[in-house]
Design a binder for this molecule. Structure first.
Ligand code: FA5
Ligand code: MG
Length: 444
C-alpha cells in the first residue's frame, strides 16, 4: 500500500509531445542538425556537440520510476522503504551541465565518458546526465545528510537485450560529521546492521575496506575511512538481502551469495562494486565508495564524511521479475503493464513473441572515421523499439586501397505485433539513407 501512495504522485516535469513534434520536424529536414532543439519545454541552441536524437528526446518524459505499478516504480519504492529515514528525491530534470556530470565529481579532463561517442549532448553546455551521481554536489549542498535520488540516465551504448540508452539509477548517500561523535554514530549503526545480518542466510565474499590498491583518501584518518566503508557494506548487504533473499534462495542449504570487488570511480576512494549470484551467474548490481572529500568541499560540507552508491534498477528488476529483455520496460502494450500491481514482485509471464526479421548492411567508412555508436543511434532513431539487436558482423581493411569496411546485422522485432516484410524493408531503406546522408558512408 505504501508503494502505491509513493508511486502515484503526479509528474512534475512538463510533457513533451508537442515539443517532440516540433523537434521531429526540425530534425528530419535535410540539414543534418536543426539550429535549436526543444526539450522539456525549453529550447536549446545546437552546436558541433549536438548528438541527441528524437528517439532519445521521446524518453525524457516517461519517468517509469513514477508510473504506478511499473516494476521500476515498485522497485524504487522498495529501496526507499529500506532506507526509510533518508530523504527521497524523485523528480530531478535529466538535463545537466558537463560541470555537474563530470567536473563537480573530479573527473579528469580526458575521461572517455565526456566524449560525444559516449554521452548525449544538447550542446556544448548542456547534456543528459549519464549517472545520478551528477546531483551529489547539489543535494549535499542543500544540507541533506541521508538521501536517495531516483532518476532516468542516458548513455550512448550498444543495442541488445540488456543494454538500452536510457535506464534508471538510484543514488544513495549518507554522511556524518567527521568528528568522533559522527564516527561513533556510524559505528553504532554498523553494530545494529551486523546483528541483523548475522541472523540471515547470506554468504558475503568480502575485500578489505581499505587497501594499498583501494586507499583511504589523504584527507581522511584511515580508521575513519574503514568505519565509513564498513557501514556502506553493511547497509548494502542488508539491502541485497531484502531484495534478493526471496528469489535467489536464501535457505541454509542455498544461501544468498553477494560478492564485493575493488573498483575505481573518479569520485570515491576506496571504491567497490557489488555482484549477486543469480541463476549460475555473477551480476553487477551497483558501484559505491567513500565520497571524495573534494565533492563535499564543493558542497560546503567540508566537515563531514561518508559514503555513496549508484544502483541500476533495470538490472535488478530483470532478475526479480524474470523480465528477459530490457526493452519490455518501455512497452506500452497492456499485456506487459497489466501483469503488475504496485508493491508486488511477481514473475513476468511472457506473451507470444512475434517473429524477428533481420537485414544486413555493409559499407565503406567515411574518411573522417565512424564510431559504432553513431550507427546504433541511426538505427534506434529510425526504428525505435522495433529494433531488437544491432551487431557488427564484419570489419576489414582493403589490402590495396586501405579503405575500411564495416557490416552490421540489424534484427527487427516488435514486442506488440508481427512486422510485415514491406515494413522492415522500408525501415532498412531509411537506415541506409540516413547512414549515407548523415554519416557519409558508401554502401557496398
Ligand atoms: C556509476 O554510474 C556510478 N555513478 C556509481 C557510483 C555512485 C559509484 C556513487 C560510486 C558512488 P556504473 O557506470 O558502474 O557506475 O553504473 C552503476 C550501475 O548502473 C551498474 O552497476 C549497473 O547496475 C547499472 N548500469 C550501468 N550501465 C547500464 C546499462 N547500460 N544498462 C542497464 N544498467 C546499467
Ligand atoms: Mg560498473
Amino acid at each position: 500500500m505504501a508503494a502505491r501512495v509513493l508511486c502515484a504522485q503526479a509528474f512534475t516535469r512538463p510533457r513533451v509531445s508537442r515539443t517532440l513534434t516540433t523537434f521531429l520536424r526540425l530534425y528530419t529536414t535535410p540539414a543534418p542538425t536543426p539550429s535549436a532543439i526543444p526539450v522539456l519545454g525549453k529550447t536549446y541552441p545546437t552546436d558541433a556537440y549536438t548528438n541527441i536524437t528524437p528517439a532519445i528526446v521521446s524518453k525524457v518524459s516517461r519517468q517509469l520510476h513514477l508510473q504506478d505499478g511499473h516494476p521500476i516504480c515498485t522497485l524504487r519504492a522498495l529501496v526507499e522503504d529500506h532506507f526509510a529515514d533518508f530523504a527521497h528525491l524523485r523528480s530531478v530534470s535529466p538535463l545537466v551541465t558537463p560541470y555537474q556530470n563530470f567536473d563537480s565529481l573530479s573527473f579528469p579532463e580526458d575521461h572517455p565518458g565526456r566524449s560525444k561517442t559516449d554521452s548525449y549532448y544538447l550542446n556544448q553546455d548542456m547534456m543528459l546526465r549519464t549517472h545520478t551521481s551528477a546531483h551529489e554536489v547539489e543535494v549535499f549542498s542543500e544540507g541533506k545528510e541521508r538521501w536517495l535520488l531516483t532518476a532516468d540516465v542516458y548513455r550512448r551504448d550498444e543495442i541488445d537485450a540488456s543494454h538500452y540508452p536510457v535506464f534508471h539509477q538510484m543514488e544513495g548517500a549518507k554522511i556524518v560529521s567527521s568528528d568522533e561523535a559522527g564516527v561513533q554514530a556510524m559505528e553504532e549503526d554498523s553494530r545494529r546492521l551486523e546483528h541483523e545480518l548475522s541472523q540471515s542466510n547470506i554468504i558475503i565474499e568480502d575485500v578489505p575496506h581499505v587497501s594499498g590498491t583501494n586507499p583511504a583518501q589523504p584527507e581522511h584518518d584511515p580508521r575513519h575511512s574503514e568505519i565509513m566503508a564498513k557501514n556502506l557494506k553493511l547497509s548494502l548487504n542488508s539491502l541485497m538481502y531484502k531484495l534478493f533473499a526471496g528469489v535467489a534462495g536464501a535457505t541454509k542449504e542455498d544461501p544468498l551469495r553477494v560478492r564485493w570487488i575493488e573498483a575505481y570511480f573518479p569520485f570515491t576512494s576506496p571504491s567497490f562494486e557489488v555482484e549477486v549470484f543469480f541463476r549460475g551467474k555473477w551480476l553487477e548490481i551497483l558501484g559505491c565508495g567513500v565520497v571524495l572529500q573534494s565533492t563535499l568541499d564543493r558542497a560546503n560540507v567540508a566537515n563531514e564524511m561518508g559514503w555513496a552508491f549508484g544502483l541500476g534498477l533495470e538490472r535488478i528488476a530483470m532478475i526479480l521479475y524474470s523480465i528477459p529483455d530490457i526493452r519490455l520496460f518501455w512497452s506500452e502494450d497492456p499485456r506487459f503493464i497489466s501483469q503488475f500491481k504496485a508493491g508486488d514482485i511477481t514473475t513476468f509471464k511472457p506473451y507470444s513473441k512475434y517473429p524477428e526479421s533481420y537485414r544486413d548492411v555493409s559499407f565503406w567508412k567515411p574518411q573522417e572515421g565512424l564510431h559504432e555508436n553513431d550507427v546504433y543511434d541511426v538505427v534506434r532513431d529510425i526504428a525505435g523499439d522495433l529494433v531488437e539487436d544491432v551487431k557488427m558482423i564484419d570489419q576489414f581493411t582493403h589490402p590495396k586501397t586501405g579503405r575500411e569496411s564495416m557490416a552490421f546485422r540489424v534484427t527487427y522485432r516488435s514486442m506488440d505485433r508481427s512486422l510485415v516484410n514491406d515494413e522492415v524493408n522500408a525501415l532498412q531503406e531509411q537506415v541506409i539513407e540516413r547512414l549515407r546522408e548523415h554519416l557519409r558512408v558508401e554502401i557496398r
